[in-house]
Each structure stands twice: as C-alpha cells, then as structure tokens.
Design a protein around this ligand. Sequence first.
Ligand code: ZN
Length: 219
Amino acid sequence: MTKTSHREIAQTASPRPPAIFIADALSLDFLNSVATPLDTEIDWIDDGEGLLAWLEQAKLVPAETLETLRARAMPGEFDNVAAQARSLREWFRGFVRQRKGRPLTSADLSELEPLNRLLERDEGFGRIVAHDHGRASGLEFRTMRRWRSPEALLLPIGEALAKFVCEEDFSNVKACEGPACTLMFADHTRGRARRWCSMAICGNRAKQSAHRHRLKMQQ
Ligand SMILES: [Zn+2]
C-alpha cells in the first residue's frame, strides 16, 4: 500500500484507521493498539469510543453488549475505562519487554499481581448453549460474563493477557526489527524466522532500503 492511500484512509470516515491485528496473539495486538504506522502516532484506545471500537474489532466483546453498555452509560464514563485500559497496556508492555525471548517461569508470578487483582473482579458464569456447526447441532458449555459496569470491559482484556502469559512461549515473542517500529508479535512461523510486524508496514521498507543499498554498491 502506498503512503497516500494510508493517509486517505486516516482522513475519511472515522478519525482512526482500522486497528492493527498482526501479532498472532491478541495480547500483543493490545500492546500494538498504540503505534506509528506512518509518521504520526495513533492510539486506538485514547478515549472511550476508541476502546469500544477496538474491543469490537478484537472480537473481545459482542457488538450487542457494547450497544447495551453504550445506552446505559453516562457521558465520559468510557473515557475513564479507556484510561484504565491504557495503564494496563503500558504496565503489561513493561512486563513483556523485559521477558520476551525466554519462557516464563513461576518466578515471574509475583510481577503479575496487578493482573490477578483485575481477574478477581470478574463475574463470569457458565451457560449451556446450543451450537450448530454445519449439519451437526448439539450443546456446548460457554463462559459468559455479567456486564454490570463499564469497568467490566477491562475483564476480557485481562482474561486475554492471563491466557497469554500461561499459554504462550515467550521465546516466540519478538519486537519488529523496523528501526522506528514499536510493534510486537508472536513468531509462530516454522523455523521462527519472522522479523517484521508486516510486509506492508516494515518488510517492504526494509526490502527497499536493501535494494537502494545494493544499487549504490554497484555504482
Ligand atoms: Zn514494524
């Protein structure tokens, strides 16, 4: 994609372009919800509306739930939750940056206390629901959540972060090699050879500069 078309997207329709989901791990996509895809930093969750839009794009909260919460909330209520989400994000960024490249151990648990405190607030419950995968219909156990307050929007994020620290091998967690890029991802490629957040953002830039370098050498 060219620079111009990126800019055009940013200026039309909504104040923010669609959020970036390139990390192959939702928790790292959450860290990537502030980024500088071109020259200007964009924080996708810099206010309440941004947070709701990001949660919907991340499929962490059903659209109907977001509508119900929107209808019940006082003006500015979600801005406060977005501020809490940003604190959670920056705290978690510190945790991940310090530990990426090696598996977590039980020694890392004490640092996760803030996340455990968030998880304690969850009012989840189980429910049997009908599912219909193709022709076979049946029953399925699903974890649901009570959405009593706007703060409840932090809970699915907390759950995603918790599952990530328990299930992801931090050896696979990498920062993009783009010189000015802050994006992180989990490298699940065979041979663990992934270097870039995406070809569109940093991979092509690197290729072009290598190409320019080669041309210079030939002259
Ligand atoms: Zn990058």
